[in-house]
Write a protein that binds this ligand. Structure first.
Ligand code: ZN
Length: 348
């Protein structure tokens, strides 16, 4: 996590004046590597991503990362576990997120869910902890297909109904190759927003639009949905944010880091054609002898994109403050006030 002269230059010249003093990070992961129960995990794909430097993503580590990358900023978080592929220790993941997040009264936690969880199990956990909603993930799709699954394949209606009744948040990372541009995803979202109007949806990663085309295609539909918010986590293309601000407005958009560990890793999400991919120092063999080939943190690339999009839009300081803090703080605050008494602070 050491900053080098490239990182420091980007922070000082491009980002320090852009990131306000108070930040509410709407998309953070807090977890332990031990919650990944895969017996082959030490040789698996996650090992280099999560199993070494960031094996224990505690609240204190999240604080250290934020202080290194955004020095002097006051940071609060909407946090949830890391969605390890089955077998994942859901009980330990959820107990850990509750106890870690409780270290900051302004922060809030979401519960990691899979479609096999019954309403009774979920209600019991909601009563026991202070979760303000759910973090489903496409890996847990009941169809067994994590790429081409529909929203209710990994967030079934009996769980959405609980979120509706308790007025909770659902952090939604959409599946399918076209993400929010996919017709099924749009149809499902419109239907579910109408049927369960109390649910507060957050569409992660600019509605999983890592460049402009998906959100441009979906904007007219999304604009009509009043209970949908967006986080900017790990999106590194200013065109995507541009499309989001122009398509649905910036008043529902919230800063998110996708830390730990995505934001603190050196690399960038790049987009081409109708694809997007993570480019890092380790996964490419480009000839970069003509330039300074060092990569900076994904979070800095994301903030650069946000800064350029804000400049293009002519964002006011108040809008910028809303993007980084006010919108998320208001969403968390109102969800907490609306949630049943057992979920409010001090009533664990
Ligand atoms: Zn994430």
């Amino acid at each position: 996590m050491e900053l080098n002269d490239v990182d420091r230059r980007i922070w000082e010249e491009e980002l320090s004046a852009f990131v306000p003093a108070r930040v509410f990070d709407a998309h953070t992961h807090v977890y332990r590597w031990a919650f990944n129960l895969d017996p082959h995990k030490e040789t698996g794909a996650y090992k280099s991503l999560l199993g070494e430097e960031y094996a224990d993503a505690t609240w204190e580590l999240a604080n250290r990362v934020d202080q290194a990358l955004m020095p002097g900023r006051e940071v609060h978080r909407l946090s949830f576990p890391f969605p390890f592929q089955h077998p994942c220790d859901f009980a330990a993941s959820n107990a850990f997120i509750a106890s870690e997040t409780a270290k900051d009264p302004q922060s809030a936690a979401l519960m990691l869910v899979h479609p096999g969880m019954t309403a009774e199990e979920i209600e019991r956990d909601l009563d026991r902890h202070r979760y303000l909603g759910f973090k489903p993930y496409r890996f847990y799709s009941s169809t067994g297909d994590a790429v081409d699954c529909r929203l209710t394949d990994f967030m079934p209606e009996h769980q959405i109904a609980i979120a509706h009744r308790r007025k909770l948040i659902i952090m939604m990372h959409l599946a399918k190759r076209d993400a929010i541009a996919d017709r099924d995803n749009q149809t499902d979202l419109v239907r579910l927003c109408e049927k369960y109007p109390n649910v507060r949806w957050i569409l992660a990663h600019c509605a999983r639009s890592y460049s402009s085309w998906a959100i441009e295609q979906a904007a007219a539909t999304l604009r009509k949905l009043p209970n949908v918010w967006y986080d900017t986590s790990s999106v590194c293309e200013s065109d995507a944010m541009d499309a989001l601000y122009n398509g649905v407005g910036c008043d529902r958009v919230m800063y998110g880091s996708d830390d730990i560990p995505i934001g603190v890793l050196r690399g960038k999400y790049i987009a081409f054609g109708y694809a997007w991919a993570y480019l890092s120092e380790k996964n490419q063999s480009l000839n970069l002898s003509h330039c300074d080939a060092r990569m900076t943190f994904t979070r800095y690339e994301q903030l650069r994109a946000m800064q350029r999009a804000a400049r293009r839009l002519g964002m006011t300081p108040a809008q910028n403050q809303a993007l980084f803090y006010d919108t998320a703080a208001a969403l968390i605050d109102s969800t907490r006030k609306l949630a049943p008494v057992s979920q409010r602070p001090g009533r664990v």
